[in-house]
Design a protein around this ligand. Sequence first.
Ligand code: HMG
Length: 396
Amino acid sequence: MQAGLESLGIAVPPTYVELAELAKARGVAPGKYVDGLGVTRMAVPQVEEDTVTLAARAARMAMEAAGCTTEDVGMLVVGTETAVDHSKPVSSYVQGLLGLSTRCRVFETKHACYGGTAALLLAMDWVRSGSAKGKKALIICSDIARYGVGTPGEPTQGAGAVALLVSDKPKLLAFETGKTGAYAKDVMDFWRPLYSKDAVVDGHYSVQCYLDALEGAYKAYQEAAGDAGGEGMYSDRFAALVYHVPYGKMSRKAHRHVRTLDGDKDVDASFDRLVGPSLVLPSQVGNIYTGSMYLALASLLSCSREDLTGKRVGLFSYGSGSCAEFFSAVVQPEAQARVKALGLENLLEKRRALSIPEYEAIMAAREKLDDKPAEETPGEGFRYQGTRDHKRIYAR
Ligand code: HMG
């Protein structure tokens, strides 16, 4: 039985910071953030937004796009590393906000940015095995990426969610059974202790860990696919490569590494063709951790000018700590038109720019978020209103 993505949905905050402005405020040359890191804008969540509200919004878009009812979903998993509770999963809140059926497996997965991929691959096997019995899995990658103000990680923040509806009727991508290569190694490149809201990172070491994991997973994929050798560069067997994107330059480093492993002498020559379209949306949002690679996938399907129908896409997911996977999928007929119809570029254009003092005020307010007594907040859609009797209260 085939399994894959029937639809997807994206949620991003309505506000962002221009990285050129942030650079000026930090006394850094704007070129370092915009060209050096490859990020133009970074999404900043409003105080009433959290991992739950972003997840619920993305899920609603994915469900509406597929005409999926609340009874159709038999598994709901949220992959996140910025959960809101040590025990109750983000997915339980999402189940409540969306009014999903009680006949549903609901849980959360964690392994840094790899958490969503772990859930996706599990859901794929659930569908293929027949255990799903026609039901769909809703996999949501939702995070708010946060580093300390003024730290080297600050320009690599972001916030957002990507929801993936997995079923036996893949209308966007069909994943290739058994074609995955995993790599895991216990490293301290990036982590967030239980007592901290901000991530701790050994930045340059994390780049090396990512590249080591990419090499391990890429080689494992080739062994699993059983088609190594033959004519030409191995990575040219893919019409596009989608890498985990903490910032655009990391994807360039990743691609150079893959082409070096392939024996290419001109490692940048294929970058625009194989990777470029996947970076259009991420460069406007920043790192959204678990959702980053899936935002890049949405970017590819939305922004590529090439007809990708029937072509193979390679995907590389990396989670610090670390676990990584290289896997592949085939683009389905009309997938690009379906993703274009979501209007994702327009969604990003409609956001409002924050001044640097406004951004810093939001970051400070978020520090005290969990102590906020619940109060009615104006507005529409899913909103976090604060706590009452230690319970998080949401408006829908
Ligand atoms: P840094 O040390 O301040 O920056 O922080 P740098 O000195 O390395 O400079 C960055 C780039 O800008 C360099 O390019 C400079 O040459 C260039 P590169 O050598 O890398 O090609 N540059 C300029 N370019 C144009 N004009 C200029 C200029 N000046 C310098 N004027 C660092 C960079 C990434 C370390 C930092 O932002 C950081 O710590 N970020 C967070 C960690 C991270 O994102 N790591 C990525 C790999 S790990 C991962 O992806 C997992 C993760 O998503 C978490 C998870 O799994 O949950 C993070």
